[in-house]
Write a new protein. Structure first.
Length: 510
Protein backbone atom coordinates (compact mmCIF):
# COMPACT_ATOMS: atom_id res chain seq x y z
CA UNK A 1 0.00 0.00 0.00
CA UNK A 2 1.23 3.50 -0.79
CA UNK A 3 0.83 6.56 1.43
CA UNK A 4 -2.53 7.67 0.07
CA UNK A 5 -4.07 4.20 0.20
CA UNK A 6 -3.13 4.04 3.88
CA UNK A 7 -4.37 7.55 4.48
CA UNK A 8 -7.76 6.71 2.97
CA UNK A 9 -7.89 3.64 5.23
CA UNK A 10 -7.38 5.72 8.38
CA UNK A 11 -9.84 8.34 7.16
CA UNK A 12 -12.43 5.56 6.79
CA UNK A 13 -11.37 4.06 10.16
CA UNK A 14 -11.20 0.68 8.43
CA UNK A 15 -10.69 -2.04 11.04
CA UNK A 16 -9.41 -4.47 8.40
CA UNK A 17 -6.05 -2.75 8.47
CA UNK A 18 -5.56 -2.78 12.24
CA UNK A 19 -2.19 -4.36 12.94
CA UNK A 20 -1.07 -4.14 9.32
CA UNK A 21 0.47 -0.68 9.74
CA UNK A 22 0.60 2.09 12.32
CA UNK A 23 -0.15 5.81 12.02
CA UNK A 24 2.19 8.22 13.80
CA UNK A 25 1.14 11.85 14.22
CA UNK A 26 3.96 14.36 14.59
CA UNK A 27 1.88 17.04 16.30
CA UNK A 28 0.75 14.74 19.14
CA UNK A 29 3.71 12.37 19.41
CA UNK A 30 1.50 9.29 19.44
CA UNK A 31 0.85 6.41 17.09
CA UNK A 32 -2.53 4.75 16.48
CA UNK A 33 -4.20 1.84 14.80
CA UNK A 34 -5.90 2.67 11.45
CA UNK A 35 -9.38 2.49 12.99
CA UNK A 36 -8.65 4.95 15.82
CA UNK A 37 -11.84 6.95 16.49
CA UNK A 38 -9.91 10.19 16.98
CA UNK A 39 -10.17 12.93 14.38
CA UNK A 40 -8.21 12.13 11.23
CA UNK A 41 -4.93 14.07 11.31
CA UNK A 42 -3.73 16.20 8.42
CA UNK A 43 -1.79 14.17 5.89
CA UNK A 44 1.21 16.50 6.29
CA UNK A 45 1.48 15.44 9.95
CA UNK A 46 1.28 11.69 9.35
CA UNK A 47 3.99 9.06 9.04
CA UNK A 48 3.14 5.40 8.51
CA UNK A 49 5.21 2.59 10.02
CA UNK A 50 5.23 -1.12 9.25
CA UNK A 51 5.62 -2.07 12.92
CA UNK A 52 4.88 -0.56 16.29
CA UNK A 53 8.57 -1.03 17.12
CA UNK A 54 9.49 1.40 14.35
CA UNK A 55 7.10 3.96 15.82
CA UNK A 56 8.65 3.40 19.27
CA UNK A 57 12.15 3.92 17.90
CA UNK A 58 11.02 7.12 16.20
CA UNK A 59 9.95 8.52 19.57
CA UNK A 60 6.18 7.97 19.48
CA UNK A 61 4.06 6.43 22.23
CA UNK A 62 0.94 4.31 21.91
CA UNK A 63 -2.48 5.96 21.79
CA UNK A 64 -4.40 5.43 25.04
CA UNK A 65 -7.72 5.64 23.24
CA UNK A 66 -7.36 3.02 20.49
CA UNK A 67 -4.63 0.83 22.08
CA UNK A 68 -2.80 -0.04 18.84
CA UNK A 69 -1.07 -3.01 20.49
CA UNK A 70 -4.42 -4.76 21.17
CA UNK A 71 -4.99 -5.84 17.58
CA UNK A 72 -4.38 -8.93 15.46
CA UNK A 73 -0.94 -9.15 13.91
CA UNK A 74 -0.22 -8.55 10.26
CA UNK A 75 -0.61 -11.37 7.71
CA UNK A 76 2.47 -10.01 5.96
CA UNK A 77 4.84 -12.25 7.92
CA UNK A 78 3.31 -15.31 6.26
CA UNK A 79 2.96 -13.63 2.87
CA UNK A 80 6.56 -12.45 2.96
CA UNK A 81 9.12 -15.22 2.68
CA UNK A 82 12.11 -12.87 2.69
CA UNK A 83 14.48 -12.46 5.64
CA UNK A 84 12.23 -9.87 7.29
CA UNK A 85 9.17 -12.11 7.22
CA UNK A 86 11.08 -15.17 8.42
CA UNK A 87 12.71 -13.14 11.20
CA UNK A 88 9.37 -11.82 12.42
CA UNK A 89 7.96 -15.34 12.70
CA UNK A 90 10.93 -16.35 14.86
CA UNK A 91 10.81 -13.17 16.95
CA UNK A 92 7.12 -13.80 17.64
CA UNK A 93 8.02 -17.30 18.80
CA UNK A 94 10.42 -15.83 21.37
CA UNK A 95 13.75 -16.71 19.77
CA UNK A 96 15.35 -13.36 20.65
CA UNK A 97 14.27 -13.71 24.29
CA UNK A 98 15.64 -17.26 24.49
CA UNK A 99 18.73 -17.11 22.27
CA UNK A 100 19.43 -13.42 21.73
CA UNK A 101 20.01 -11.64 18.44
CA UNK A 102 22.99 -13.89 17.70
CA UNK A 103 20.75 -16.95 17.96
CA UNK A 104 18.17 -15.39 15.66
CA UNK A 105 20.83 -14.44 13.12
CA UNK A 106 22.34 -17.94 13.21
CA UNK A 107 18.98 -19.52 12.42
CA UNK A 108 18.57 -17.25 9.42
CA UNK A 109 22.15 -17.69 8.19
CA UNK A 110 23.23 -14.06 8.63
CA UNK A 111 25.53 -12.18 10.94
CA UNK A 112 23.94 -10.09 13.68
CA UNK A 113 25.12 -6.91 11.99
CA UNK A 114 23.64 -7.89 8.63
CA UNK A 115 20.35 -8.92 10.19
CA UNK A 116 20.06 -5.66 12.13
CA UNK A 117 20.72 -3.70 8.95
CA UNK A 118 18.14 -5.68 6.94
CA UNK A 119 15.39 -5.39 9.52
CA UNK A 120 16.07 -1.71 10.16
CA UNK A 121 15.84 -1.03 6.45
CA UNK A 122 12.78 -3.22 5.79
CA UNK A 123 10.77 -2.73 9.00
CA UNK A 124 12.15 0.44 10.53
CA UNK A 125 13.49 -1.30 13.66
CA UNK A 126 16.14 -3.84 14.59
CA UNK A 127 15.50 -7.26 16.15
CA UNK A 128 15.90 -6.02 19.74
CA UNK A 129 13.32 -3.27 19.23
CA UNK A 130 10.94 -5.67 17.50
CA UNK A 131 11.26 -8.16 20.36
CA UNK A 132 10.77 -5.36 22.88
CA UNK A 133 7.54 -4.30 21.19
CA UNK A 134 6.31 -7.89 21.37
CA UNK A 135 7.10 -8.02 25.09
CA UNK A 136 5.17 -4.80 25.66
CA UNK A 137 2.17 -6.17 23.79
CA UNK A 138 2.20 -9.42 25.78
CA UNK A 139 2.56 -7.53 29.05
CA UNK A 140 -0.35 -5.23 28.23
CA UNK A 141 -2.53 -8.25 27.44
CA UNK A 142 -1.69 -9.87 30.77
CA UNK A 143 -2.18 -6.65 32.71
CA UNK A 144 -5.68 -6.00 31.41
CA UNK A 145 -6.86 -9.63 31.26
CA UNK A 146 -5.49 -11.25 34.42
CA UNK A 147 -4.73 -10.54 38.04
CA UNK A 148 -1.17 -11.82 37.86
CA UNK A 149 1.34 -10.06 40.07
CA UNK A 150 3.25 -7.34 38.26
CA UNK A 151 6.56 -9.15 38.70
CA UNK A 152 5.04 -12.31 37.18
CA UNK A 153 3.71 -10.26 34.26
CA UNK A 154 7.16 -8.80 33.69
CA UNK A 155 8.94 -12.14 33.49
CA UNK A 156 6.11 -13.87 31.62
CA UNK A 157 6.32 -11.22 28.92
CA UNK A 158 10.05 -11.80 28.56
CA UNK A 159 11.52 -8.82 30.42
CA UNK A 160 14.76 -9.51 32.24
CA UNK A 161 13.87 -7.31 35.23
CA UNK A 162 10.93 -5.50 36.78
CA UNK A 163 12.75 -2.20 36.27
CA UNK A 164 13.06 -2.83 32.54
CA UNK A 165 9.38 -3.76 32.46
CA UNK A 166 8.30 -0.57 34.22
CA UNK A 167 10.45 1.64 32.01
CA UNK A 168 9.26 0.03 28.79
CA UNK A 169 5.57 0.18 29.69
CA UNK A 170 5.86 3.85 30.67
CA UNK A 171 7.73 4.67 27.48
CA UNK A 172 5.43 2.74 25.13
CA UNK A 173 2.04 3.42 26.70
CA UNK A 174 2.68 6.57 28.71
CA UNK A 175 1.29 4.83 31.81
CA UNK A 176 2.67 2.77 34.65
CA UNK A 177 1.71 -0.94 34.66
CA UNK A 178 -0.56 -0.35 37.67
CA UNK A 179 -2.32 2.56 35.99
CA UNK A 180 -2.73 0.61 32.76
CA UNK A 181 -4.30 -2.31 34.63
CA UNK A 182 -6.66 -0.08 36.63
CA UNK A 183 -7.80 1.78 33.55
CA UNK A 184 -8.80 -1.36 31.69
CA UNK A 185 -10.61 -3.27 34.48
CA UNK A 186 -9.13 -6.78 34.52
CA UNK A 187 -11.61 -9.61 34.20
CA UNK A 188 -9.86 -12.35 36.15
CA UNK A 189 -10.23 -12.79 39.88
CA UNK A 190 -7.33 -13.15 42.26
CA UNK A 191 -8.32 -16.74 43.03
CA UNK A 192 -8.16 -17.86 39.43
CA UNK A 193 -5.89 -20.86 38.88
CA UNK A 194 -5.78 -20.50 35.09
CA UNK A 195 -4.99 -17.66 32.73
CA UNK A 196 -7.89 -16.66 30.51
CA UNK A 197 -7.32 -14.29 27.59
CA UNK A 198 -9.35 -13.09 24.63
CA UNK A 199 -7.66 -13.60 21.27
CA UNK A 200 -8.19 -10.71 18.84
CA UNK A 201 -8.90 -11.57 15.21
CA UNK A 202 -10.30 -10.00 12.05
CA UNK A 203 -13.86 -10.88 11.15
CA UNK A 204 -15.40 -12.85 9.63
CA UNK A 205 -14.24 -16.04 11.35
CA UNK A 206 -15.30 -19.48 10.13
CA UNK A 207 -15.18 -21.96 13.05
CA UNK A 208 -14.57 -24.90 10.70
CA UNK A 209 -10.95 -24.84 11.85
CA UNK A 210 -12.16 -26.41 15.12
CA UNK A 211 -13.71 -29.34 13.25
CA UNK A 212 -10.54 -29.75 11.18
CA UNK A 213 -8.52 -30.11 14.38
CA UNK A 214 -11.12 -32.19 16.23
CA UNK A 215 -11.26 -35.00 13.67
CA UNK A 216 -7.47 -35.26 13.84
CA UNK A 217 -7.23 -35.08 17.64
CA UNK A 218 -5.13 -37.78 19.32
CA UNK A 219 -6.78 -39.00 22.55
CA UNK A 220 -4.89 -38.04 25.68
CA UNK A 221 -2.96 -35.34 23.80
CA UNK A 222 -5.77 -33.40 22.13
CA UNK A 223 -9.53 -33.00 22.47
CA UNK A 224 -11.82 -31.05 20.18
CA UNK A 225 -15.41 -30.19 19.28
CA UNK A 226 -17.00 -27.93 16.68
CA UNK A 227 -16.31 -24.92 18.92
CA UNK A 228 -13.40 -25.88 21.17
CA UNK A 229 -9.93 -27.37 21.04
CA UNK A 230 -7.54 -28.34 23.81
CA UNK A 231 -4.15 -30.04 23.95
CA UNK A 232 -0.89 -30.56 25.75
CA UNK A 233 2.22 -29.00 24.27
CA UNK A 234 5.95 -29.19 24.85
CA UNK A 235 7.60 -25.74 24.98
CA UNK A 236 11.25 -24.73 25.55
CA UNK A 237 10.89 -24.43 29.33
CA UNK A 238 8.43 -27.24 30.03
CA UNK A 239 5.00 -28.76 29.45
CA UNK A 240 1.94 -26.63 28.77
CA UNK A 241 -1.79 -27.21 28.44
CA UNK A 242 -4.36 -24.90 26.86
CA UNK A 243 -7.90 -24.72 25.50
CA UNK A 244 -9.48 -22.37 22.96
CA UNK A 245 -13.26 -21.82 22.87
CA UNK A 246 -15.40 -19.98 20.33
CA UNK A 247 -18.76 -18.51 21.32
CA UNK A 248 -20.68 -17.52 18.21
CA UNK A 249 -23.66 -16.38 20.26
CA UNK A 250 -21.86 -13.94 22.55
CA UNK A 251 -21.36 -10.25 21.73
CA UNK A 252 -18.25 -9.89 19.58
CA UNK A 253 -18.08 -13.68 19.05
CA UNK A 254 -15.02 -14.04 21.30
CA UNK A 255 -12.24 -16.56 20.98
CA UNK A 256 -11.11 -17.36 24.51
CA UNK A 257 -7.79 -18.93 25.39
CA UNK A 258 -7.60 -20.70 28.76
CA UNK A 259 -4.10 -21.72 29.78
CA UNK A 260 -4.25 -24.55 32.29
CA UNK A 261 -0.50 -24.93 32.75
CA UNK A 262 2.59 -23.18 31.43
CA UNK A 263 5.99 -22.00 32.57
CA UNK A 264 5.59 -18.23 32.50
CA UNK A 265 8.80 -17.91 30.49
CA UNK A 266 7.03 -19.83 27.69
CA UNK A 267 3.93 -17.66 27.64
CA UNK A 268 4.90 -15.47 24.63
CA UNK A 269 5.76 -18.56 22.58
CA UNK A 270 2.46 -20.21 23.55
CA UNK A 271 0.44 -17.14 22.55
CA UNK A 272 2.27 -16.93 19.24
CA UNK A 273 1.74 -20.61 18.44
CA UNK A 274 -1.94 -20.56 19.34
CA UNK A 275 -2.44 -17.59 17.05
CA UNK A 276 -0.63 -19.47 14.27
CA UNK A 277 -2.70 -22.60 14.92
CA UNK A 278 -5.96 -20.72 14.35
CA UNK A 279 -4.59 -18.36 11.67
CA UNK A 280 -5.75 -15.35 13.67
CA UNK A 281 -3.58 -12.80 11.87
CA UNK A 282 -5.19 -13.53 8.49
CA UNK A 283 -7.03 -10.86 6.50
CA UNK A 284 -10.25 -12.77 5.64
CA UNK A 285 -11.86 -9.94 3.68
CA UNK A 286 -8.93 -9.74 1.28
CA UNK A 287 -8.80 -13.53 0.99
CA UNK A 288 -12.53 -13.98 0.42
CA UNK A 289 -12.65 -11.15 -2.11
CA UNK A 290 -9.96 -12.81 -4.20
CA UNK A 291 -11.43 -16.31 -3.92
CA UNK A 292 -14.97 -15.16 -4.71
CA UNK A 293 -13.69 -13.83 -8.03
CA UNK A 294 -13.34 -17.42 -9.20
CA UNK A 295 -16.69 -18.83 -10.33
CA UNK A 296 -15.79 -22.27 -9.00
CA UNK A 297 -15.20 -20.99 -5.48
CA UNK A 298 -17.75 -18.18 -5.21
CA UNK A 299 -20.60 -20.35 -3.77
CA UNK A 300 -18.46 -21.99 -1.06
CA UNK A 301 -16.86 -18.67 -0.09
CA UNK A 302 -20.32 -17.15 0.34
CA UNK A 303 -21.37 -20.15 2.44
CA UNK A 304 -18.27 -20.08 4.68
CA UNK A 305 -16.75 -16.60 4.84
CA UNK A 306 -13.55 -16.22 6.84
CA UNK A 307 -12.17 -19.73 6.40
CA UNK A 308 -8.88 -20.26 8.27
CA UNK A 309 -5.84 -22.34 7.46
CA UNK A 310 -4.82 -24.42 10.50
CA UNK A 311 -1.22 -23.93 11.56
CA UNK A 312 1.16 -26.04 13.64
CA UNK A 313 2.23 -25.67 17.26
CA UNK A 314 5.26 -27.97 16.77
CA UNK A 315 7.02 -28.26 13.38
CA UNK A 316 8.63 -31.64 14.17
CA UNK A 317 5.29 -33.08 15.27
CA UNK A 318 3.64 -31.84 12.09
CA UNK A 319 6.16 -33.69 9.90
CA UNK A 320 5.50 -36.94 11.77
CA UNK A 321 1.75 -36.46 11.47
CA UNK A 322 1.97 -35.72 7.75
CA UNK A 323 4.12 -38.77 7.05
CA UNK A 324 1.89 -41.04 9.15
CA UNK A 325 -1.11 -39.88 7.13
CA UNK A 326 0.25 -40.53 3.66
CA UNK A 327 -1.86 -42.87 1.52
CA UNK A 328 -4.53 -43.27 4.23
CA UNK A 329 -7.64 -41.47 5.42
CA UNK A 330 -7.63 -39.07 8.33
CA UNK A 331 -9.37 -41.65 10.51
CA UNK A 332 -6.66 -44.22 9.74
CA UNK A 333 -3.93 -41.66 10.36
CA UNK A 334 -5.48 -40.80 13.71
CA UNK A 335 -5.46 -44.48 14.68
CA UNK A 336 -1.79 -44.83 13.71
CA UNK A 337 -0.82 -41.70 15.63
CA UNK A 338 -2.79 -42.86 18.68
CA UNK A 339 -0.73 -46.05 18.62
CA UNK A 340 2.46 -44.04 18.23
CA UNK A 341 1.50 -41.77 21.15
CA UNK A 342 2.16 -44.53 23.68
CA UNK A 343 5.92 -44.07 23.25
CA UNK A 344 5.58 -40.48 24.49
CA UNK A 345 5.90 -39.72 28.17
CA UNK A 346 3.06 -38.66 30.46
CA UNK A 347 2.45 -34.94 30.82
CA UNK A 348 3.94 -33.26 33.87
CA UNK A 349 0.89 -30.99 33.96
CA UNK A 350 -2.08 -33.28 33.23
CA UNK A 351 -5.66 -32.16 33.43
CA UNK A 352 -9.12 -32.45 31.88
CA UNK A 353 -8.41 -35.77 30.17
CA UNK A 354 -5.14 -34.57 28.64
CA UNK A 355 -2.37 -36.59 30.23
CA UNK A 356 0.21 -37.37 27.54
CA UNK A 357 2.73 -35.51 25.42
CA UNK A 358 3.20 -36.10 21.72
CA UNK A 359 6.40 -38.19 21.48
CA UNK A 360 9.66 -36.44 20.67
CA UNK A 361 11.64 -37.45 17.57
CA UNK A 362 14.07 -39.29 19.86
CA UNK A 363 11.22 -41.26 21.48
CA UNK A 364 9.79 -42.14 18.07
CA UNK A 365 13.17 -43.21 16.73
CA UNK A 366 13.75 -45.38 19.79
CA UNK A 367 10.35 -47.00 20.25
CA UNK A 368 8.26 -46.29 17.16
CA UNK A 369 9.05 -49.54 15.36
CA UNK A 370 7.38 -51.55 18.12
CA UNK A 371 4.01 -49.81 17.80
CA UNK A 372 3.71 -48.62 14.21
CA UNK A 373 1.70 -50.73 11.78
CA UNK A 374 1.38 -50.58 8.01
CA UNK A 375 3.70 -50.74 5.01
CA UNK A 376 7.30 -51.22 6.09
CA UNK A 377 8.59 -48.61 3.68
CA UNK A 378 6.38 -45.94 5.24
CA UNK A 379 7.39 -46.98 8.75
CA UNK A 380 11.07 -46.93 7.79
CA UNK A 381 10.68 -43.49 6.23
CA UNK A 382 8.97 -42.12 9.34
CA UNK A 383 11.63 -43.57 11.64
CA UNK A 384 14.40 -42.18 9.43
CA UNK A 385 12.86 -38.70 9.61
CA UNK A 386 12.52 -38.97 13.40
CA UNK A 387 16.16 -40.06 13.71
CA UNK A 388 17.32 -37.16 11.53
CA UNK A 389 15.45 -34.68 13.73
CA UNK A 390 16.66 -36.34 16.93
CA UNK A 391 20.34 -36.15 16.03
CA UNK A 392 20.13 -32.64 14.59
CA UNK A 393 20.73 -33.58 10.96
CA UNK A 394 17.27 -32.21 10.12
CA UNK A 395 16.35 -28.84 11.62
CA UNK A 396 13.45 -26.79 10.26
CA UNK A 397 10.80 -24.48 11.64
CA UNK A 398 9.03 -21.16 11.46
CA UNK A 399 12.12 -19.37 10.15
CA UNK A 400 12.24 -21.35 6.91
CA UNK A 401 10.93 -20.31 3.52
CA UNK A 402 8.99 -22.78 1.34
CA UNK A 403 12.12 -23.21 -0.77
CA UNK A 404 14.45 -23.89 2.15
CA UNK A 405 11.86 -26.20 3.71
CA UNK A 406 11.64 -28.24 0.51
CA UNK A 407 15.41 -28.34 0.28
CA UNK A 408 15.64 -29.88 3.74
CA UNK A 409 12.74 -32.33 3.45
CA UNK A 410 12.84 -33.66 -0.12
CA UNK A 411 16.08 -35.66 0.38
CA UNK A 412 14.29 -37.72 3.06
CA UNK A 413 12.95 -41.11 1.96
CA UNK A 414 9.17 -41.10 1.72
CA UNK A 415 8.89 -37.32 1.40
CA UNK A 416 7.73 -35.73 -1.82
CA UNK A 417 6.18 -32.50 -3.09
CA UNK A 418 2.83 -33.12 -1.38
CA UNK A 419 4.42 -33.40 2.05
CA UNK A 420 6.60 -30.32 1.60
CA UNK A 421 3.63 -28.32 0.34
CA UNK A 422 1.47 -29.46 3.24
CA UNK A 423 4.22 -28.56 5.73
CA UNK A 424 4.61 -25.14 4.09
CA UNK A 425 0.91 -24.52 4.65
CA UNK A 426 0.74 -25.78 8.23
CA UNK A 427 4.16 -24.77 9.63
CA UNK A 428 5.01 -21.61 7.68
CA UNK A 429 1.47 -20.41 7.06
CA UNK A 430 2.39 -20.07 3.37
CA UNK A 431 -0.82 -18.73 1.77
CA UNK A 432 -0.20 -19.68 -1.87
CA UNK A 433 0.24 -23.46 -1.84
CA UNK A 434 -1.91 -25.52 -4.19
CA UNK A 435 -1.71 -29.30 -3.81
CA UNK A 436 -2.70 -30.17 -7.36
CA UNK A 437 -2.04 -33.92 -6.98
CA UNK A 438 -4.05 -34.25 -3.76
CA UNK A 439 -6.92 -36.71 -4.26
CA UNK A 440 -9.37 -34.68 -2.19
CA UNK A 441 -8.47 -31.46 -3.98
CA UNK A 442 -9.46 -33.14 -7.25
CA UNK A 443 -12.62 -34.49 -5.63
CA UNK A 444 -13.41 -31.03 -4.32
CA UNK A 445 -13.09 -29.50 -7.78
CA UNK A 446 -15.51 -32.08 -9.14
CA UNK A 447 -17.87 -31.54 -6.21
CA UNK A 448 -18.14 -27.83 -6.93
CA UNK A 449 -19.70 -28.65 -10.29
CA UNK A 450 -19.01 -25.17 -11.60
CA UNK A 451 -19.88 -24.10 -15.09
CA UNK A 452 -17.08 -24.39 -17.62
CA UNK A 453 -14.82 -21.39 -17.38
CA UNK A 454 -11.52 -20.25 -18.77
CA UNK A 455 -9.98 -20.51 -15.29
CA UNK A 456 -6.77 -22.47 -14.94
CA UNK A 457 -6.74 -25.87 -13.17
CA UNK A 458 -4.17 -24.70 -10.61
CA UNK A 459 -6.32 -21.74 -9.50
CA UNK A 460 -3.53 -19.26 -10.20
CA UNK A 461 -6.16 -16.54 -10.64
CA UNK A 462 -6.69 -16.44 -6.86
CA UNK A 463 -2.98 -16.20 -6.03
CA UNK A 464 -1.56 -15.48 -3.46
CA UNK A 465 -4.40 -17.20 -1.57
CA UNK A 466 -4.42 -20.69 -3.09
CA UNK A 467 -3.85 -22.37 0.29
CA UNK A 468 -7.27 -21.07 1.31
CA UNK A 469 -8.73 -22.32 -1.96
CA UNK A 470 -7.31 -25.72 -0.99
CA UNK A 471 -9.13 -25.53 2.35
CA UNK A 472 -12.42 -24.86 0.55
CA UNK A 473 -11.81 -27.75 -1.85
CA UNK A 474 -11.05 -30.16 0.99
CA UNK A 475 -14.28 -29.16 2.68
CA UNK A 476 -16.27 -29.53 -0.55
CA UNK A 477 -14.84 -33.02 -1.02
CA UNK A 478 -15.77 -34.00 2.54
CA UNK A 479 -19.32 -32.73 2.14
CA UNK A 480 -19.70 -34.61 -1.14
CA UNK A 481 -18.39 -37.80 0.45
CA UNK A 482 -20.78 -37.44 3.38
CA UNK A 483 -23.71 -36.92 1.01
CA UNK A 484 -22.72 -39.94 -1.06
CA UNK A 485 -22.49 -42.17 2.01
CA UNK A 486 -25.96 -41.06 3.08
CA UNK A 487 -27.39 -42.43 -0.18
CA UNK A 488 -25.10 -45.50 -0.31
CA UNK A 489 -25.09 -47.10 3.15
CA UNK A 490 -23.12 -50.13 2.05
CA UNK A 491 -20.38 -47.92 0.73
CA UNK A 492 -20.35 -45.68 3.76
CA UNK A 493 -16.96 -46.79 5.02
CA UNK A 494 -15.25 -46.07 1.73
CA UNK A 495 -17.24 -42.94 0.99
CA UNK A 496 -16.76 -41.29 4.35
CA UNK A 497 -13.48 -39.69 3.50
CA UNK A 498 -11.60 -37.50 5.96
CA UNK A 499 -13.12 -34.24 7.01
CA UNK A 500 -10.93 -32.23 4.69
CA UNK A 501 -8.69 -34.40 2.58
CA UNK A 502 -7.24 -37.80 1.83
CA UNK A 503 -3.55 -37.71 1.28
CA UNK A 504 -2.04 -39.19 -1.87
CA UNK A 505 1.03 -41.40 -1.89
CA UNK A 506 4.47 -39.93 -1.67
CA UNK A 507 6.98 -42.01 -3.52
CA UNK A 508 9.28 -43.80 -1.11
CA UNK A 509 12.39 -42.89 -3.06
CA UNK A 510 11.85 -39.16 -2.69
Amino acid sequence: MDFWQRYRAIDARDTRFDGQFYTAVRTTGIYCRPSCPARTPKSSNVTFYETSAAAHDAGYRACKRCLPEAVPGTPAWNLRQDIAGRAMRLISDGVVTRDGVDGLAARLGYSSRQLNRILSQELGAGPLSLARAGRAQTARTLLVSTSMKLADVAFAAGFSSVRQFNETMAEVFGMTPTALRTARHPKATASSTALTLNLPYREPFDPGVFTFLAVRAIPGIEAGTAASYARTLRLPQGDARFQVDYDAGAPGRPLTLTIGAVDLRDLPALLSRVRRLFDLDADPVAIDTALAGDARLAPVVAAAPGIRMPGAVDPAEMLIRAMAGQQVTVAAARTALSQLAVVGRPSRSPGEGLDRMFPTPAEIAGGGSAVLRGPQRRIAALLAAASAMADGALDFGYGDSPESLAGKLLPLPGVGPWTTGYLAMRVLGAPDVFLANDAAVRNGIRALAAEATTSTPDFREVSPWRSYATMHLWRAAAHAAAAQSAFSPRRGTAAMRPQHHARPAEKANR
